[in-house]
Design a protein around this ligand. Structure first.
Ligand code: SF4
Length: 213
C-alpha cells in the first residue's frame, strides 16, 4: 500500500512536471508501466533506447520488437563496435527514444549520465522521449540526485559492464583520476533536464516499484 508521504511526493512530482512541460504518469507496478509504454508508442514508430537495467527488467524493448516496431538495438551480441555506435546514432534519431534516469530530484529535475553520449543526445533531442523510472531513483535535492548517479549508480554500472574505471573494484568514485588511457571513464557526459520547450515531447513514467539501480 502507498504511504501518505510517497503519495504526496508522486502527486507533487507530476504537478511540478506539468509546470515544466513534462508529462508525468504514475504506474502502480511494472505491468502497468509496460502497458503505458506500449499504449504511447504507435505500432508504426521506430524506437531507439539506451542501455538500462530498468528497461531490461520491463522487457519492453523485446515486446516492441515482437509486435512489429522497428527497434535500433546497439546491444545485440555479435556486432562490431562501429555497428554499435551507428545503431546508437540511429536510435537517437528514431521516432521514440526510451531511457531511464539515474536519479530524479523532488523538484522534478532528471539526471542522466552517459559514456558515449547516445543517452544524453537521445533524451535531450529525440522527437519523442519516454523516461521510465522506479521510485528507487527518487532523491531529495539535485545535489543528492547527482550524488546518487555518480556515487551509487555509475559504480554499479561499471561493475555490471566490466568497465575498467577507478570505481570498478571498490565502488568508490575517483573522478579526479578517471581519465583515458589509464582508466575507462563511464561518466563522460552529465545531463540535467529542468524543463522542456516542446509540449508532449518528454514523458516520464514513474513506476511504484524498484527498477534498475
Ligand atoms: S567518474 Fe569514473 S570513477 Fe567516478 S563513478 Fe564515473 S566511472 Fe567511476
Amino acid at each position: 500500500m502507498r504511504s501518505f508521504k510517497l503519495d504526496k511526493k508522486i502527486d507533487s512530482l507530476i504537478k511540478i512536471w506539468q509546470k515544466r512541460n513534462i508529462a508525468g504518469f504514475y504506474c502502480a507496478n511494472k505491468e502497468s508501466g509496460i502497458d503505458k509504454i506500449l499504449e504511447i508508442i504507435p505500432l508504426s514508430a521506430s524506437v531507439g533506447f539506451s542501455g538500462s537495467i530498468s528497461l531490461e527488467q520491463l522487457g519492453v524493448v523485446r515486446l516492441l520488437e515482437s509486435r512489429g516496431n522497428k527497434v535500433f538495438s546497439p546491444y545485440k551480441t555479435g556486432i562490431s563496435r562501429e555497428e554499435g555506435l551507428e545503431l546508437r546514432r540511429q536510435g537517437a534519431q528514431a521516432d521514440y527514444y526510451l531511457a531511464s534516469a539515474n536519479a530524479i530530484s523532488e523538484k522534478g529535475e532528471l539526471v542522466f549520465f552517459s559514456a558515449f553520449g547516445n543517452r544524453t543526445s537521445g533524451v535531450s533531442y529525440a522527437k519523442n522521449v519516454i523516461i521510465v523510472c522506479g521510485i528507487n531513483k527518487l532523491a531529495q535535492t539535485i545535489d543528492e540526485a547527482l550524488k546518487r548517479a555518480r556515487e551509487y549508480a555509475a559504480p554499479l554500472n561499471c561493475k555490471r559492464l566490466n568497465w575498467e574505471s577507478p570505481c570498478f573494484k571498490d565502488g568508490i568514485c575517483r573522478k579526479e583520476i578517471c581519465f583515458f588511457p589509464e582508466y575507462k571513464r563511464m561518466c563522460c557526459q552529465i545531463l540535467i533536464i529542468e524543463a522542456e520547450v516542446t509540449a508532449d515531447r518528454l514523458k516520464v513514467i514513474l513506476v511504484e516499484e524498484n527498477l534498475g539501480f
